[in-house]
Design a protein around this ligand. Structure first.
Ligand code: NCD
Length: 492
């Protein structure tokens, strides 16, 4: 397996197993060794973006586990700066025997790209490496930092004795802070959690991480954090901001500093975590305060990473499906004769074409964008969108209907609409007095004629990282389509 995102810790591999192992590693960490040794396994630590803690503790972890390793510190120590692609870089390390590649990059989705490239190369071409190669994401742009989340959860377990039923505050830059995104994603799966996100305007937690959080408040005032059990502070990620936003952050950052006075006004049992590096968001006057546990947190980085690497070395390895099934499967289809007697009230009746019915009211603009992206409109195809009151199928009693005259909607478009909006019905009228109502299975992914709008996504930097969008959310509810690499929505 890989550790690319928190989705790698699912029901069949719960994070609790790793936390238990990390806790067991504490004693070994003190002795700079471990009862588990992997002397024949090689690790490549590819830190293309700056790092102090993650780089050092990952290196300490592989050394404690008796592995051989190479540290690549900075893109200027690779041929990436000569223009070599990330795909070729991964192939190179895979071919030369890496068992583990830990990667930090400013480009989102680089770890997933690496996992696919290595797997394909090992399966099809490598002479020396029988595989597998496991990828560890040590931070990709603003997106994920799963090994940090494991060490954060280790810290919380060691401090509170539980990973559920507490109040977590996030202060600073939840907008771009990957450590905050990853921790919140994990803790949102736990019962009894409540969240308070405190950030300046424009740096709020992105929607995809707030989605489904039952007990969550947002504020731009430190007072909102007073009754938290843990406050997780992040620095402002100015290097990922446009100049104008950097200037804005410089003008307001003094309002977001935890001083001794601020700390004393909060819950006396509060604990302050920080992935580090701190800039000025935690005043130096509280560096030695017992309530600040950021430096112990960093120490847990070694044991958390020992636990992760040992888990990866022991297997089992679950390969990525590199050839997923075709996008659309017809699940069901019903045909009936059109009842010409039945009056059509709200629009001009259609003899030949497609009727997309039961669209939740207000979603028509989004539907147009979906169809435009997927080639669902031919330039000359006449279309008519109507909205009318229906008998209360939807909460506000309204639904939208889209009529496509003389046009058979392509199956991928139909399947995408039905997946995003489960109530939508697609009615094909071939022009022989019949209506064929079709129901489609969810396409596994959308990967034709699409590109990702996120300029920091690996798909915009490496031609071998082909844009691919997947459906997020639960079957039967409204779903979103997001970039498999960086999580950006295809239709925000
Ligand atoms: C963080 C990172 O790189 O995301 N640090 C870390 O890994 N411990 C936080 C940051 O850079 O602000």
């Amino acid at each position: 397996m890989h550790v690319i995102s928190m989705n790698d810790f699912g029901p069949d591999n719960p994070i609790e197993n790793i936390l238990a192992s990390a806790s067991r590693m504490i004693e070994w960490g003190r002795r700079n060794t471990c009862d588990k040794q992997y002397p024949h396994s090689k690790a490549v630590l590819l830190f293309l973006e700056r790092s102090t803690r993650t780089q050092y503790s990952t290196e300490q972890a592989v050394m404690n586990l008796g592995m051989r390793h190479t540290m690549v510190s900075g893109a200027d120590h690779t041929s990436v700066l000569k223009g070599e692609s990330m795909a070729d870089t991964f192939r190179m390390y895979a071919g030369q025997g890496a068992r583990i590649i830990a990667i930090r990059s400013s480009l989102e989705g680089t770890p997933l790209h690496g996992a696919k490239i290595c797997q394909q190369y090992i399966e099809e071409q490598s002479i020396l490496n029988p595989g597998p190669v496991s990828i560890i994401n040590c931070g990709d742009g603003c997106q994920w930092h799963p090994t940090q989340a494991v060490l954060d959860c280790t810290t919380i377990m060691q401090t509170l004795g539980r990973l559920d039923n507490f109040r977590l505050g996030v202060l600073g830059d939840p907008g771009k802070g990957r450590t905050a995104h990853t921790l919140v994603s994990e803790l949102s799966k736990k019962p009894g959690m409540s969240f308070v996100f405190v950030a300046p305007q424009g740096l709020e937690m992105p929607e995809q991480y707030k989605h489904g959080l039952e007990n969550m408040t947002e504020s731009d005032s430190l007072d909102a954090l007073a009754d938290c059990d843990i406050v997780y502070v992040t620095r402002f990620q100015t290097e990922r901001m446009p100049k104008e936003q950097q200037r804005y952050v410089e003008s307001i950052r003094h309002k977001f500093i935890i001083t001794e006075d601020v700390l004393n006004s909060w819950n006396p049992n509060i604990r302050i975590m920080h992935p580090l590096p701190r800039v000025d968001e935690i005043a130096p006057e509280i560096s030695l305060d017992k309530r600040l546990i950021a430096f112990q947190q960093a120490e847990y980085g070694i044991v958390a990473r020992m636990a992760i690497i040992s888990m990866l070395c022991e297997g089992p390895f679950k390969p990525i499906d590199l050839n997923p099934r075709p996008p659309v499967l017809l699940a069901d289809s019903k045909e009936r004769i059109i009842d010409k007697q039945k009056p059509v009230k709200h629009f001009q009746p259609i003899d030949k074409g497609t009727v997309v019915d039961h669209i939740p009211a207000g979603k028509m603009t989004l539907i147009f964008r979906v169809l435009e992206t997927l080639g669902g409109f031919q330039k000359k195809s006449p279309r008519q969108a109507v909205q009318y009151v229906n008998s209360g199928k939807y909460q506000n009693g309204k639904k939208d209907v889209l009529l496509l005259y003389d046009y058979q909607l392509p199956e991928l478009c139909a399947a995408t609409l039905q997946t995003m909006f489960p109530g939508v019905t697609i009615n094909y009228l071939p022009g022989n007095n019949t209506i064929i109502k079709k129901k489609f299975n969810a396409p596994l992914a959308i990967d034709k004629n699409v590109c990702c709008s996120n300029q920091a996504c690996i798909t915009n930097h490496d031609r071998e990282a082909k844009p691919r969008f997947i459906f997020l959310g639960k079957e039967g509810e409204e779903r979103f389509v997001s970039c498999e690499y960086c999580g950006s929505l295809l239709w925000p």
